[in-house]
Design a protein around this ligand. Sequence first.
Ligand code: HEM
Length: 433
Amino acid sequence: MSLLRDPLTHLTDARERYGDAVTFRVGPFRFVALADPALAQHVLVRNHRNYVKSRSYEGLRLVLGQGLVTSEGEHWRKQRKLAQPAFHRQRLAALADTMGACVRETVDGWERRADPAIDVHAEMMALTLAIVARTLFGTDLAEDGGTDLRALGPAVTVALHKANEHAESLIRLPLWWPTRSNRRFAKAKRLLDDIVQGIIERRRRSGEVRDDLLGTLMAATDEDGGGGMSDAQLRDEVMTLFLAGHETIATATSWTFMLLHQHPEIAARMREEATRVLGGRTPGFDDLPQLPYTGQVIDEAMRLYPPVWIVERQALAPDQIGPWHVPKGTIVAVSPWLMHRHPELWPDPLRFDPERFAPGQLGERAKLAYLPFGAGPRVCIGNHFALMEAKIILATVVQRFAIAVDDPASIRLEPKVTLRPEGGMKGRLQRLA
Ligand code: HEM
């Protein structure tokens, strides 16, 4: 069925033909795709209590357990409250230097390379993995008895592959079924669990309080007197932040580099801003407000290439969404992909134009026409973290390198849990004098 094979084209065609709410049958499921901000507002915000995450999230649940992305109800509410302080402004400020150090290491590595050919997406995956690992665990990974970061990357890849495969299949074999894919997944999952569990146990034993994300999560106590997180909950939350917090930013920055390559005048303006404000330095937290154009570029890149291209829910009870009646059990998809490229919401929607996000421009737009981080109570908890990280990466890289992406027109989109460039994004580093 072409909705499963090529969802982006299929959804776009359907919206053009039938309008902003389109119903499909996917196997035994009724599926409604929405591309209207008011309808999205209804599902994600106003009547959110009538919806839970759809069965597509069950793939992620295999890896993330009952973490924030995949849990529901009272458990989710309590966890969200416990995790929220880890993302407060002053906590993020403390993480900016760690992010900057990781970016510098990557860019220094590029300077030592003899061969300028790179895979931009693979580089961004490695960098954002290093950042999330270090902001979560601080120095634990490097210490004696700690774990080699290099072991994490391949295990994460296998786990995400399984989550995607599971999410997409209409018929799911149980995990104990001895297929090759299940065996590989079980091994990768064991490795990830052991790493995370090991770090939590060492922390608990040492009694040391640290100011990385894990330290903040461990120190969190519920004001209602419900106590902090158990080790099992901590494990699920750590795994959740680990996975939610890196591939999303890797795809966002990769697409941004491609767009900058295609629009040299925008790249030049961004480079001018970074050089003027930073003079070759990596930005610290206090520099970030001085880089507004860089922020606009990232916002606009995520409009055209939203890393999370679809947000799905399932109706607990019948609902009326605008003029449409939705029976219980319907899967309702709000698609940032459709919304962000909708010609009635964005004039000349396919043009890359960071001016759309210039100060004063945002007010006119229909609420929720732009939703890269979702909306309502389940909005991304890491949105400020992500924007800060993307700014630090881009402002550092553009001062030292231009990246020429090979034949951008031939790069195919691969809409998995995130919107990836299929087969990676080949390019060449061009060192700036
Ligand atoms: C450009 C980067 C990112 C994008 C585009 C993004 C997008 C999203 C979206 C659309 C959702 C809502 C999903 C839904 O409603 O079904 C979400 C939820 C979430 N994101 Fe992000 N995200 C990004 C980065 C991050 C980072 C850096 C972290 C953590 C370090 C993170 C952690 C989470 C968590 C924990 C949730 C679940 C929140 C809840 O349900 O309470 N994300 N993200």
